[in-house]
Design a protein around this ligand. Structure first.
Ligand SMILES: Nc1ncnc2c1ncn2[C@@H]1O[C@H](COP(=O)(O)OP(=O)(O)O)[C@@H](O)[C@H]1O
Ligand SMILES: [Mg+2]
Length: 248
């Protein structure tokens, strides 16, 4: 099973954090032990998605980057009742709405490599999922370089196509072992099989899932996990299939 799965997108707001959180959840539901790192220290949402309050959080990924704690101290076991696996979340930062702590940008692949490997070894994770910064800046790409599997999330619009094209070209140079695409917020009346073959043809990467725009996802407002709330939904089936593919 691959160990480090990085979720990336060219733009902010494409659903990257929701998809990473849902994949973590469905893998834990399949019995896996999962680490999830919110490496997007500027716009961290994983702790909101999983319902952790700031008071529940002792140390974050930002603290680790500043050298204020060990990486193990950032891992918070999530209280997920009645599922066989587990998730340990490293929250990105707790600045939102509170006295802001300065965000440290990651530019050091070695710091990440050591941190990620230490977490995997300490907690014996089946997989470590990383929700990273958007774009192709140094701080975004440094996470990409440590990926065993990279998942690029895009929507069906011209800017995302171009951004994804740029990302895929860079990723090829970085020799990431496996690259998948996930298309998010596709209009439900589109032909998903046609989108899949078109995207695979353009980018020469396998499409792991095509997820429709769904009002119930939006209605959760980044405060809950779709697959947990809607276990029998067809979109949850798609997330399960994608999770299996990413970890196979
Ligand atoms: N398939 C979808 N259908 C409808 N709304 C979505 C979908 N995916 C994500 N969203 C919404 O889009 C917003 C951005 O999602 P988020 O996961 O925070 O994006 P990112 O991490 O890329 O910035 C959230 O409000 C979320 O509820
Ligand atoms: Mg996000």
């Amino acid at each position: 099973m691959p160990k480090i799965i990085v979720f990336h997108s060219f733009y902010h707001g494409v659903g990257r954090s929701n998809i990473a959180a849902n994949v973590a959840y469905v893998l834990a539901k399949q019995g896996k032990s999962i680490g999830l790192i919110d490496a997007d220290t500027k716009n961290p949402v994983q702790h909101h998605l999983f319902g952790l309050d700031n008071e529940d959080i002792q140390y974050t990924f930002n603290d680790y980057l500043w050298g204020n704690c060990t990486i193990e101290q950032t891992a918070h076991r999530l209280p997920l009742d009645s599922i066989p696996g587990k998730i340990f979340l490293t929250p990105g930062n707790t600045t939102q709405g509170h006295s802001p702590r300065e965000v440290r940008e990651v530019k050091d692949a070695e710091l990440l490599n050591v941190g990620y490997q230490t977490l995997i070894d300490t907690f014996n994770f089946d997989a470590l999922l990383i929700d990273t910064h958007p774009g192709v800046s140094e701080k975004a790409l440094v996470s990409v370089t440590v990926a065993d599997v990279l998942v690029i999330i895009l929507r069906l619009n011209q800017s995302d196509y171009q951004g994804t094209g740029i990302t895929v070209d860079i990723v090829r140079e970085l020799s990431v072992p496996k690259v998948f695409l996930i298309v998010n917020e596709a209009p439900s009346n589109f032909d998903f099989d046609e989108i899949k073959s078109k995207m695979e043809n353009i980018y020469q990467c396998e499409v792991a899932a095509i997820l429709p725009h769904l009002d119930p996802i939006m209605a959760l407002a980044n405060c809950d996990i779709f697959a947990k709330r809607y276990p029998y939904h067809t979109v949850t089936d798609s997330l399960n299939k994608a999770a299996k593919l990413l970890t196979s």
